[in-house]
Design a protein around this ligand. Structure first.
Ligand code: DSN
Length: 418
């Protein structure tokens, strides 16, 4: 008779299982418009739940500190090879735990404390790690922020160039979390070169659009690129850094041993799986549909009298200005949640309201596009949003809309057999 492993002695955690099952039900029954979220494939979930979670592997393929890393080496090398091919990057490090550590590692590798960096203001679509004063980045480095033009609500590249030539930063960061328009990475890299700065792009939101060929790529122009892997790229929660060969050694040393310990090998295995999926022709069609869906949602919202920042979108996301609807972002987010529509309140450029209760909502289409929704469903969703906003104080109407939302969501099951 074989011996029983210690952990399998009839241990069933009903409490945690119950909560996980409830979260699975919530995800199936909601319309998820969080621009940075997605649904990973079952293959990605299986890799995340694989035995690689048990291993320690400080170091890099072929150069580890502990024994037993033959297959960790194989899977990490596979992830690197696929990422290079997908993005056309010279060097890739797949170990960063997530986007914030990834950005921290880039700064740590290439800057000294106090160095001047230019990035988009968080209030206008940047990220906390792009120099917010409440974040390590803003406390460690001397960030100066550029904004969007007041009228067009888009980046004014000429103004950006003037500021860069005047300020002479060591690094210029592009790539955003709430900017609905295409980013000109080539333009950013040219400005950085002219100003003698390193060009850095945080493409976390749009990585899936880039590999799908529906957004300009930062390669081969940009010096260093960070992306998370769980947004439009549809992989596991994590990140990677890609760079030109001349920065490779400094980046790798900053990730390990500079800032991280043992890599999360189960996540790296899942990254390899996600990159494989993103290399398939179907992913190109997925990326195209994300943008088509965003356009359909944006146009129908405009039909319903909503103002969109910059007038629309080129990407997967849009910013809705609620000012003319006489409701702020926080109560709008809450009313939508009551109707099972999941969004996040967001500042709009030059917002007069506080970050906690700003004037806007950010909406994105990657998650529901993964579920199989297309333009007709986007128009329906715009109708739901419009009705929710018009009836934000009427719980009974919100509850009726919720029933319709659940019905629509259930037509597009994600993990039916999980
Ligand atoms: N939380 C992410 C987003 O929603 O854009 C950024 O880290």
């Amino acid at each position: 008779m074989s011996k029983q492993p210690f952990e399998q002695k009839d241990q069933v955690d009903e409490e945690a299982s119950r909560i996980i099952a409830l979260e699975a039900k919530r995800q199936e029954e909601c319309i998820n418009l969080i621009a940075s979220e997605n649904f990973a494939s079952k293959a990605v979930l299986r890799a995340l739940g694989s035995v690689f979670t048990n291993k320690y592997s400080e170091g890099y393929p072929g150069k580890r500190y502990y024994a037993g890393n033959q297959f960790v080496d194989e899977v990490e090398s596979l992830a690197i090879k696929r990422a290079k091919e997908l993005f056309g990057a010279e060097h890739v490090n797949v170990q960063p735990y997530s986007g914030s550590p990834g950005n921290a590692e880039i700064y740590y590798a290439l800057l000294q404390p106090g160095d001047k960096v230019m990035a988009l203001d968080l209030a206008q679509g940047g990220h906390l790690t792009h120099g917010s004063p409440v974040n390590f980045s803003g406390r460690t480095y001397n960030f100066i922020h550029y904004g969007v033009d007041r009228k067009t609500e888009r980046i004014d590249y000429e103004k950006l160039r003037e500021t860069a030539l005047r300020e002479k930063p060591k690094m210029i960061v592009s790539g955003f979390t709430a900017y609905p328009r295409e980013v000109d990475f080539k333009g950013f890299a040219e400005i950085a070169r002219e100003a003698g700065a390193i060009s850095m792009a945080d493409i976390s939101h749009i990585a899936g659009l880039i590999v799908g060929g529906v957004h300009q790529s930062p390669f081969p122009y940009t010096d260093v690129v960070m992306t998370t892997t769980h947004k439009s790229l549809r992989g596991p929660r994590g990140a990677m850094i890609m760079c030109k060969q001349e920065f490779a050694e400094r980046i790798d040393k900053a990730v390990f041993p500079g800032m991280q310990g043992g890599p999360h090998d189960n996540v790296i295995a899942a990254k390899a799986v996600a990159f494989y999926e993103a290399m398939q022709p179907a992913f190109k069609e997925y990326a195209r549909q994300i943008v088509r869906n965003a356009n359909a949602l944006a146009e129908e919202l405009k039909e319903n009298g909503f103002r969109l920042v910059s007038g629309g979108t080129d990407t997967h996301l849009m910013l809705v200005d609620l000012t003319s609807k006489n409701i702020a972002g926080k109560p709008a987010q809450l009313a939508l949640e009551k109707a099972n529509i999941i969004t996040n309140r967001n500042r709009i450029p030059y917002d007069k309201r506080s970050p906690f209760n700003p004037s806007g909502l950010r909406l994105g289409t990657p998650a529901m596009t993964t579920r199989g929704m297309k333009e007709p469903e986007m128009r329906k969703i715009a109708g739901f949003i419009s009705r929710v906003i018009a009836n934000a104080d009427d719980d009974s109407k919100l509850s009726d809309i919720k029933e319709e939302v659940i019905e629509l969501a259930r037509e597009f099951p994600m993990y039916a057999d999980v």
